[in-house]
Design a protein around this ligand. Structure first.
Ligand SMILES: Nc1nc2c(ncn2[C@@H]2O[C@H](COP(=O)(O)OP(=O)(O)OP(=O)(O)O)[C@@H](O)[C@H]2O)c(=O)[nH]1
Length: 793
């Protein structure tokens, strides 16, 4: 046989090898999973990870070898799978494999178990380990290689038939109740096949032996009819003598290897049916559980074991996924709690959730379906309960944000005068409610039972409340504005009409008032339409508007009918009638004029105006204005309003008082008029000037003809003329007044000195005339005071 047929990988060592030396190549590292003291090695999980099989899922195979000690089991495995199990040195004949070892098959997703040989002289009669290891291998492997020398075929103990009996028995316990699963392949490898006895003969001998054993088993009654083939497939193969026919040996090993490695090989041995359906990452835990059960001699219930494994692994996988997820979710917890609306939170949450579930599904879906599904639901609930506060927080923050933005939009939109309130509200509402909906939908995670619609309803309610309040404020603002306009428009006509005192003045005032009010009402209704005011609101607003307009009119009337203003109006009317004639020319009273008659007439006519002013009563009843007395002012909240009382400007008492005051004023005019006629009577008649000339003729002639008098007169006239021309009249008067004052002071001083001499003083004291003395004292005191004042100045 050519060397090209040899297996392309070689065992790394023969030679001395007791447990311990581990090759550097991690892929080929072997591990003693159960030591000779029957302890399970908890490092298996880590080792599987190092072999790179952790994530293989179901895409791996597990094979174990059975057979007597030193029958070349390790050699076979190393050749077949490129493992690195210890092989006994040719020179020594002693046990090399103790306990159970495991190694990864080279370039294959394969876990290979090398089990301690049976019939070992080291354990003597103790077959406990054999049984336990058989049970353990059967529970986990897909293929059990039963290794034997050709010459062992037909022997009972030598061919491990006793052990196989045990295997069959435990198999019934493990898988007996299950119909379809739990099949295992028993591959009999007959070593050192010389070729004298063909494989077919060996096969039939062994099959007959196995069937006999099967028949001899004490099976539970419900499994009585079960056949060996219901649980086991049997395959037989031979290998030539390794030492005598090495090349043939290598060729056969290679072809056997192909049956393990090539899935499309017709003799492929790892049929899916044999797989124990334990995911690679759970193998270690599963085996540990099985070994524990085997060790404690408890009934080994594989489905329960698988469920337990599933629970453990699903919990582990779930915890891993959850830890990563929590770490991600934590990053957004703080901003949400701080009231921030986190951009794209929904996307993030969906991502984290999907990642966690995908991770869980990837690793856990291979385990027991029911457990996987249950744990998935638990995980989903845990994920959602972590995300839920973020979602709710986001909604709350979004709610606040949108409400604030809506208020801002209103503020901005309602600036200036040129805005349509309804439009501003509608647009702001649509924008921010829409924004909430959009963002809330974004934050929603599909597959949860979260609800955002309630929060939207709440927001809508609040926005509605704000808009409503704003609308009311706007309406009030509008009413105030209209009220100011009314005031502006009715001011002038009211003043004009109240000044005129015409009989139809109230008609004119009310006409102008009603016109203005009608315009105001239509202005209100136009605006109210855009405010979306309700019919009810319109009614109350218009009532307020009317009431306010009326009050404005009344205020203007009050302003024009205060006592002073009204009396001045009456005086005006009186003067017009009394002091001016029918053509409006001022009258100059003559003694023969009928002052009394004119006075009386003007006074009566003027007094007639008082009742006209006293009540707002138009002549045309159509112009009458009324207000319901219970109209409530929506701006001030004032209710009850006595409209009828508001029609009265002056009460009867007031009318009397004003009439009296006016009478006094009128009397004064009368007296003045009378005086002006008396002044006219007191004028000097012209003839008196003639009498004066006649009587003063002589004196005038004397002055004219006396040169001294004449010169003096001329000089006086000339001086007066000069003084007048130079404008010195004023200073001259001042000087003369000062001189006179000085003369008076000097004279007083002289008199004081004179009366202050002792003789005089005594005389004065002795004087019996006290009235004179006291008058002198007064004079003295007065003089003293004046002197003191002058000094102070
Ligand atoms: N005659 C013969 N000897 C072999 C064959 N294969 C291996 N050997 C030799 O048998 C001896 C035992 O080999 P191992 O592979 O260690 O046998 P084993 O069954 O693993 O031994 P334990 O692990 O101790 O039970 C070694 O010296 C091998 O060289 C074979 O096919 N024929």
């Amino acid at each position: 046989m050519s060397s090209s047929n040899s297996v392309d990988f070689q065992p790394d060592a023969g030679g001395a090898h007791v447990n311990g030396h581990i090759p550097h190549d991690e892929q080929n590292t072997r591990l003693q999973i159960i030591d000779d003291e029957k302890h399970f090695n908890s490092e298996l999980s880590k080792q599987i990870q190092q072999w790179g099989l952790q994530g293989a899922g179901f895409d791996y195979n597990l094979v174990a070898v059975f057979g007597s000690q030193s029958t070349g089991k390790s050699t076979l495995l190393n050749r077949l799978f490129g493992t690195t199990f210890d092989v006994m040195a040719e020179s020594k004949r002693q046990q090399t494999t103790k306990g159970i070892w495991m190694c990864r098959g080279k370039a294959m997703n394969l876990m290979v178990m090398d089990v301690e040989g049976t019939d070992g002289r080291e354990r003597g009669e103790d077959q406990d380990f054999e049984r336990k290891s058989a049970l353990f291998s059967l529970a986990s492997s897909e293929v059990l290689i039963v290794n034997m020398w050709e010459h062992q075929v037909g022997l009972y103990n030598g061919a491990n038939m006793g052990l196989l009996k045990t295997v069959f028995e435990v198999n019934l316990g493990l898988f007996g109740k299950k119909e379809s699963s739990g099949r295992t392949l028993l591959l009999f490898v007959i070593r050192d096949h010389i070729g004298v006895t063909p494989l077919a003969n060996l096969q039939s001998t062994l099959t007959a032996d196995l069937l006999r054993i099967w028949e001899g088993l004490s099976k539970p009654s419900e499994l009585k009819d079960r056949q060996l083939s219901d649980y086991f497939d049997l395959e037989f193969t031979t290998l030539p003598h390794k030492i005598l026919a090495p090349e043939q040996f290598e060729t056969e090993v290679l072809s056997l290897r192909r049956r393990f490695s090539e899935k499309d090989n017709p003799g492929y041995l790892f049929k899916p049916d044999y797989h124990k359906r334990i995911p690679a990452d759970g193998v270690a835990y599963y085996m540990e559980g099985i070994w524990e059960q085997v060790q404690s001699n408890k009934d080994l219930d594989l489905p329960t074991q698988q469920e337990l494994l599933a629970q453990f692994r699903c919990d582990e996988i779930s915890a891993g996924a959850l830890a990563e997820f929590n770490e991600q979710a934590k990053s957004q917890k703080r901003p949400v709690e701080a009231g921030q609306v986190v951009e794209g939170l929904g996307g993030m949450m969906r991502n984290w959730r999907t990642q966690a579930l995908t991770r869980y599904d990837r690793d856990a879906s291979r385990y027991h379906k029911a457990v996987y599904t249950r744990k998935r639901a638990d995980l989903t609930a845990a994920l959602d309960s972590t995300l839920s506060p973020l979602f709710l927080g986001q909604l709350k923050n979004l709610h606040k944000f949108c409400l604030v933005q809506f208020k801002k939009a209103l503020l901005n939109g309602l600036k200036g005068d040129e805005y349509d309130f309804g439009d501003v509200v509608l647009k702001a509402r649509a924008k921010w409610e829409g924004m909430f909906e959009e963002r809330a939908k974004e934050a929603f995670v599909e597959g949860t039972d979260w609800v955002w619609e309630d929060e939207l309803e709440l927001l809508k309610e609040e926005i509605g409340g704000v808009a409503d309040q704003c609308r009311k404020d706007e309406t009030k603002k509008m009413i105030n504005q209209i009220e100011r306009n009314i005031k502006k428009h009715i001011s002038e006509p009211v003043e004009l009409q109240l000044n005129s005192g015409a009989k139809d003045m109230w008609d004119e005032i009310l006409k102008s008032f009603k016109n203005t009010l009608a315009k105001a009402e239509s202005a209100y209704l136009t605006k109210a339409k855009s405010f979306n005011c309700t019919e009810e609101e319109n009614i109350s607003s218009l009532a307020t508007l009317r009431k306010r307009a009326w009050q404005t009119l009344r205020a203007k009337i009050d302003e024009q009918t205060t006592d002073a203003v009204f009396l001045s109006k009456l005086r005006g009317h009186f003067e017009e009638r009394f002091r001016y004639d029918d053509q409006g020319v001022p009258r100059v009273w003559k003694p023969d004029d009928d002052i009394d008659g004119a006075f009386k007439k003007a006074k009566e006519q003027t007094l007639d105006l008082v009742p006209l002013y006293s009540d707002i009563r138009p002549q045309d009843p159509a112009l009458e204005f009324t207000l319901p007395s219970d109209s409530i002012d929506i701006l001030s909240g004032e209710g009850e309003f006595d409209f009828d009382a508001s029609l009265n400007v002056f009460s009867p008492n007031k009318q009397v008082e004003l009439s009296n005051k006016f009478r006094k004023d009128a009397d004064a005019y009368y007296v003045e008029a009378k005086r002006s006629t008396v002044a006219g009577i007191a004028q000097i008649p012209t003839w008196m000037y003639g009498v004066l000339v006649v009587l003063g003729w002589n004196e005038a002639m004397m002055i004219l003809f006396n040169p001294l008098y004449f010169t003096l007169t001329l000089m006086a006239i000339a001086s007066a003329w000069v003084v007048h021309q130079l404008g010195l009249a004023g200073p001259l008067f001042q000087v003369s007044r000062t001189v006179a004052g000085e003369i008076h002071t000097q004279a007083t001083s002289k008199l004081r000195e004179h009366f202050s001499q002792p003789a005089h003083a005594e005389a004065v004291r002795a004087s019996p005339a006290p009235s004179r003395s006291s008058s002198m004292r007064d004079l003295y005191d007065e003089d003293e005071n004046r002197r003191r004042q002058q000094q102070e100045l």
